[in-house]
Design a protein around this ligand. Structure first.
Ligand SMILES: NC(=O)c1ccc[n+]([C@@H]2O[C@H](COP(=O)([O-])OP(=O)(O)OC[C@H]3O[C@@H](n4cnc5c(N)ncnc54)[C@H](OP(=O)(O)O)[C@@H]3O)[C@@H](O)[C@H]2O)c1
Length: 231
């Protein structure tokens, strides 16, 4: 049986989109929020869309973290460090924490087409510094548009997965591949999250210029490099 997926900040655009896709794929999803009622309302919304059989519930962020060892963080960059500091004691050693945070300059009143310099190198590395070494921080989902996730069509985008915990990479690739249309690839060490996070700012700029919802595709690798819903 697959383990529940806790989506912290799961009431937001990106978190709701991921939660919707995973619930649709039959996964057990716990939506986390600062407010349990808001989490419950988000879970109800997903059930209304998929059907009452959907295994989706809503809890506070801390309760959601405590309920599983597979956690996805989808909160704005400016809230990431304070929230992780607060949730640290609810995250079990051995957990996987998947960070989708993009350090957009809009976090500090700047433009969403620019990123901020993060002292640790990336938002994901900042998360890794804040959490115990026994927690596997994995960077993923930065380039997946919430607009596409919340729609019904397959998502035309690849997901690059980076971590220093090599055992966690295939787990997260498997999770990404549950989203129709997505192919998941290992992007190597967590330090590469710096580059993947920055691609999002370029995609946002292209979305504004061309009025669309862009994604990325990585080409030229053998089939074995790509994890898809077919294997
Ligand atoms: N939107 C996208 O297309 C997209 C794509 C890729 C990556 N991302 C990244 O994913 C993250 C979330 O993006 P989003 O667009 O989903 O953001 P969002 O909708 O603005 O916010 C997500 C959730 O964060 C929680 N939150 C807000 N302020 C908080 C605070 N001070 N402390 C704790 N939690 C707080 C809120 O949940 P509660 O109020 O219920 O607690 C909110 O629903 C960002 O880092 C973004 O860069 C977004």
């Amino acid at each position: 049986m697959s383990r529940p997926i806790a989506v912290i900040g799961g009431t937001g655009q990106e978190g709701m989109g991921l939660a919707f896709r995973w619930a649709q794929a039959g996964e057990t999803v716990i939506i986390g929020s600062r407010d349990a009622m808001r989490a419950l309302a988000a879970a109800t919304k997903i059930k209304e869309r998929i059907g009452t059989h959907a295994k989706v519930s809503g809890q506070t962020n801390a309760a959601a973290c405590a309920a599983t060892d597979l956690i996805v963080l989808t909160v704005p960059f400016e809230t990431q460090s304070a929230l992780l500091t607060q949730l640290k004691s609810s995250i079990k050693p051995g957990s996987i924490v998947i960070d989708a945070t993009v350090p957009l300059a809009s976090s500090v009143g700047g433009k969403a087409v620019r990123t901020l310099g993060v002292w640790q190198g990336s938002a994901a590395q900042q998360a890794a510094e804040l959490l115990p070494k026994e927690v596997a921080v994995v960077a993923a989902f930065h380039n997946l548009s919430s607009e596409l996730l919340n729609a019904d069509d397959p998502v035309d985008c690849d997901v690059i997965v980076c971590s220093d915990h090599t055992d966690a990479i295939p787990v997260v690739q498997g999770l990404a591949a549950k989203i129709p249309g997505v192919r998941a690839l290992s992007g190597g060490r967590l330090e590469n999250a710096r580059i993947v996070e920055q691609i999002t700012a370029v995609l946002i700029g292209m979305n504004i210029r061309h009025k669309g919802h862009s994604g990325i595709r990585i080409t030229g690798l053998p089939d074995s490099a790509y994890k898809t819903s077919k294997g």
